[in-house]
Design a protein around this ligand. Structure first.
Ligand code: AGP
Length: 608
């Protein structure tokens, strides 16, 4: 969702720190951007619609002499992307930036209007500025902030400054992520570590209901009633180089090409081939409990949900554990039956997705075992689950998830072997799966080398208005994922479907202008999938088929064919998704869209 950043320090380069921070957070939302800085006890505020680059244009010459300031990049929830709805929002001498949703803002707004406050935006966030200003009439800045937040219901990460307190910066968190970077003579508060790492590696993670106040160069952490708390300082190890585009045209292209490496990093130190075992250190603390698990429920959203669906097939077929996969946004409002023999696995790249976080809380509430497969180190889900496995895929900046997805599939394969070997999986089978998994990075490199051929296919179908993506068994989730990638990047209306379901209705849509991408690797359901291709061809539908090297039949019936190297059935999803990522990428580029920041999307969905 939105990206927020705050700076307070002895050095006067605050403007540069804030703008650099905004650029690194821009994947969280890019509907508008804004900044408020204080120089010589006066504030200057700039806001603009669109990207941070547009804001810089509006500011013109970078502002010098900035020791304190706040900034924001927006993903609109309340009020269209307009300058009046851009943050920071102000009330008198109070200025703030907000990430989250104030659920009771309508009621508070009515009360404040009745008290004579004038609203200039349609946002929920502006309410907080006026609330603090009203309390500030009777109380000092800090007390006014506590009293105001005592009235607020909802999710927030806030950074607040007051013109009369140039040596003070306040940040508060309830549900939306917030990290404090502790530098030499400076503090940087931000939605995630990417805006902090180039300045310091010492951070404090704020938890829900916590307030951080910097005053006169020192910081304190309290709860929402002002009671002091001591918090651990963490040292984060993030390679800023990895957050650069490194010569690629887009982060998405770079991250697709990083997949072979990301799989190697996911496997590093986790394969004991001689015993056909997987070693997952992050599960050591629950190893015994995992032996007693009788059921697994995977909760996640979007692309991570599709990874969960592949995991379901793997865990049932190779670990023999009944597995269900739930959309976290539905799971949290259902009455899920969770007992002590249920392990719930939350899969999340960002580790901050609000619905997945809430699902984890629900599970812990019910005494279930909450595990995480998370990429973002130190993120909330990683800290709130009982145990888990990090992807180690490095920062994923492109909004459309690619390397995190294939890395999630690799981790789910390791987890399947880990749990399978605790149960009835033989050493031979363990060895077979792990040695084939080890070959996937090279196979991926081979597929990535076919980018020109895939680009040609993208050009051929770029004007399609609708497309089907079809797959069966392990590749049904990949059909869903391929369809999601094409939606996100090219805005073509696509539907992922189980190929066996086509004749129960969707095939009615097929005609010569409605192409279908069909996943037909040489696996246990290959013949069935061939019939699905035939059925579509019989209605003049165009078919882009994806199959295994060496299979000749498909090219006789499909219009275009993409080949992937041979591997075990449960590992075909890891390979089959790569051409679909490339197809979406090139279609988006051909159509001239911003493939790293697709319209209406954000990388980390931190509100419901
Ligand atoms: C995928 O390309 C999207 N960015 C989105 O569907 C994403 O997978 C979803 O929001 C879940 O995010 P998470 O893995 O960070 O929890």
């Amino acid at each position: 969702m939105c990206g927020i950043v705050g700076y307070i320090g002895k050095k006067t380069h605050g403007y540069d720190v804030l703008v650099d921070g905004l650029k690194r957070l821009e994947y969280r939302g890019y509907d508008s951007a804004g900044i408020c800085v204080m120089t010589d006890k006066k504030t200057k505020t700039f806001r603009s619609v669109g990207t941070v680059a547009r804001l810089e244009e509006k500011v013109g010459t970078p502002i010098d002499g900035v020791r304190v300031g706040i900034a924001h990049t927006r993903w609109a929830t309340h009020g269209k992307p307009r300058v009046k709805n851009a943050h920071p929002h102000s009330s008198g001498k109070i200025h703030l930036v907000h990430n989250g949703i104030i659920e009771n803002y309508q009621q508070l707004k009515k009360e404040l209007i009745a008290a004579g406050y004038t609203f200039t935006s349609e946002t929920d966030s502006e309410v907080v500025a006026h609330l603090i200003a009203r309390e500030n009439k009777k109380h000092d800045f800090a007390e006014a902030m506590y009293r105001a937040l005592g009235r607020v219901v909802g999710a927030y990460a806030l950074v607040i400054l007051h013109e009369d307190y140039p040596d003070t910066l306040i940040a508060a968190r309830n549900s939306s992520p917030l990290i404090v970077g502790i530098g030499k003579d400076a503090y940087i508060v931000a939605s995630d570590a990417s805006a902090i790492v180039s300045h310091t590696d010492r951070v404090v993670y704020l938890d829900d209901g916590e307030v951080m106040m910097v005053h006169d160069g020192a910081y304190t952490i309290t709860n929402l009633r002002g009671r002091k708390k001591t918090k651990k300082t963490h040292t984060i190890d993030v390679d800023t180089q990895k957050a650069e585009r490194s010569g690629y045209a887009h982060f998405m292209l770079k991250e697709m090409h990083e997949q072979p490496h990301a799989i190697e990093d996911a496997m590093r130190g986790r394969i004991i081939l001689a015993d056909g075992m997987a070693r997952l250190g992050g599960l050591n603390s629950v190893e015994k409990r995992l032996r007693t698990i009788k059921r697994i429920v995977i909760v996640s959203c979007g692309t991570s949900y599709h990874a969960g669906l592949v995991g379901e097939y793997m865990l049932e077929e190779y670990a023999g554990i009944p597995t269900e996969v739930e959309w976290a946004s539905e799971f949290r409002y259902r009455k899920p039956l969770i007992d002590a023999h249920t392990a719930v696995i939350a899969i999340s790249q960002s580790g901050e997705t609000a619905d997945t976080r809430a699902a984890v809380r629900e599970v812990k509430q019910k005494g279930g075992l909450a595990l995480g497969i998370v990429n973002a180190v130190g993120s909330t889900i990683a800290r709130e689950t009982d145990a888990g496995v990090y992807n180690h895929a490095g920062p994923e900046i492109g909004v459309a998830s690619t390397k995190a997805f294939t890395s999630q599939l690799a981790i789910l394969t390791l987890l399947t072997v880990y749990l399978g070997r605790q149960r009835n999986m033989s050493m031979t089978m363990g060895k077979r799966i792990l040695s084939e998994l080890r070959k996937t990075p090279q196979a991926m490199t081979h597929i990535l080398a076919q980018h020109d051929a895939i680009k040609k296919i993208a050009k051929k179908y770029a004007n399609a208005t609708s497309m089907f993506y079809l797959g069966r068994k392990y590749n049904f989730p990949i059909a869903l994922e391929g369809a999601l990638k094409m939606k996100e990047i090219s805005y073509i209306h696509t539907e992922g479907y189980a190929s066996g379901e086509m004749k129960h209705g969707p095939i009615a849509l097929i005609d010569k202008d409605f192409p279908s991408v069909i996943l037909a690797p040489k696996d246990s359901v290959y013949d069935k999938t061939l019939s699905a291709i035939e059925e579509i061809k019989a209605r003049s539908g165009k078919v882009i088929a994806l199959t295994t090297h060496g299979t000749k039949q498909v090219e006789k019936i499909a219009d275009d064919v993409i080949y992937i190297p041979k591997t075990l059935e449960l590992l075909t999803p890891l390979l089959a998704v790569v051409p679909l990522q490339l197809l979406a990428y090139y279609t988006g580029v051909i159509k001239g869209y911003d493939v790293d920041k697709p319209r209406n999307l954000a990388k980390s969905v931190t509100v419901e």
